[in-house]
Design a protein around this ligand. Structure first.
Ligand code: MLT
Length: 258
């Protein structure tokens, strides 16, 4: 299959860069760009699922203590959620399982979220012109939103404890694939080409591929296999979380536009 786009498309195409680990992030790679943060297993999938379930906003924190303090001082509408070593922190209402967000229980609540890698990557991206929350579950919706914004793109993989995460690179590749399908992107280099090829090679087998990663192993050890299945469902959700600052939070674009 050729990734070539027509000369006319190329003239209006977005340039796409990929950062595989937050330690590779430099200001010049995100300033004036649309940045999409990926923590496919599981933070950015959970955030997307929470918004789809009607959670009105998600405030993100670098550690569970900060989330708990902010949530408790906020009051009863606060939904404390997150993980430490994949598990729900003591005293939190929810862990980091995307399937646990339910409209009947959580609609219109404000979530206070801390996870090991995902929320830190979102915090690291906050200087970008636009920050979106990406996952396999909303890859095509992300591509559409990036086209609407019209800025060049950096896809930021949250990684795992500073190391590469294959599932995040696959998520980035899925968005590149969707941009290519719309004739709307050109890779700026081999990082984007690598992510796209990785997605193409995993596309027919996403569940097994996600399961066979470091994060997948950790989730299986915690008996959270159903979370892997949820996270592997390509384009099952059309919501795109967008980040706003002061306080740092993620909104549904329908609400952010108001
Ligand atoms: C993270 O932020 O590191 C992940 O979302 C961990 C997890 O699977 O809960």
């Amino acid at each position: 299959m050729s990734n070539a786009i027509s000369e006319a498309d190329a003239r209006c195409a977005l340039w796409v860069d990929v950062i595989f680990r937050p330690s590779e992030l430099t200001t010049d790679r995100i300033l004036e760009k649309s940045v999409v943060v990926f923590d496919v297993l599981r933070a950015t999938t959970s955030i997307t699922a929470a918004l789809a379930a009607g959670v009105s906003e998600i405030r993100v924190f670098k550690d569970p203590q900060s989330a708990a303090e902010a949530g408790r001082s906020f009051g009863k509408a606060a939904l404390l959620c997150g993980e430490i070593t994949c598990l729900r922190p003591p005293g939190f209402e929810l862990g980091n399982s995307p399937g646990d967000f339910k409209r009947e229980l959580h609609a219109d609540r404000i979530a206070f979220l801390s996870t090991t890698n995902g929320t830190k990557a979102i915090i690291a991206a906050r200087e970008a012109a636009a920050v979106l929350i990406g996952a396999l579950v909303n890859a095509t919706a992300i591509a559409q939103e990036l086209i609407s914004i019209g800025r060049n793109v950096t896809l930021l993989c949250a990684g795992t404890q500073g190391n590469y995460s294959m599932e995040d690179a696959i998520g980035a590749g899925a968005v590149i694939d969707a941009l290519f399908a719309k004739g709307a992107a050109t890779p700026t280099g081999d990082a984007a080409r690598m992510a796209h090829r990785l997605f193409q090679s995993a596309q027919s087998n996403l569940r097994e591929t996600l399961s066979d990663t470091t994060s997948g192993e950790n989730l299986r050890a915690a008996h959270l296999e159903t979370d892997i299945e949820f996270c592997a469902e390509l384009d099952s959700i059309s919501v795109v979380g967008i980040v706003r600052d002061n306080p740092l939070r993620i909104l549904n674009p329908a609400i952010a536009a108001k």
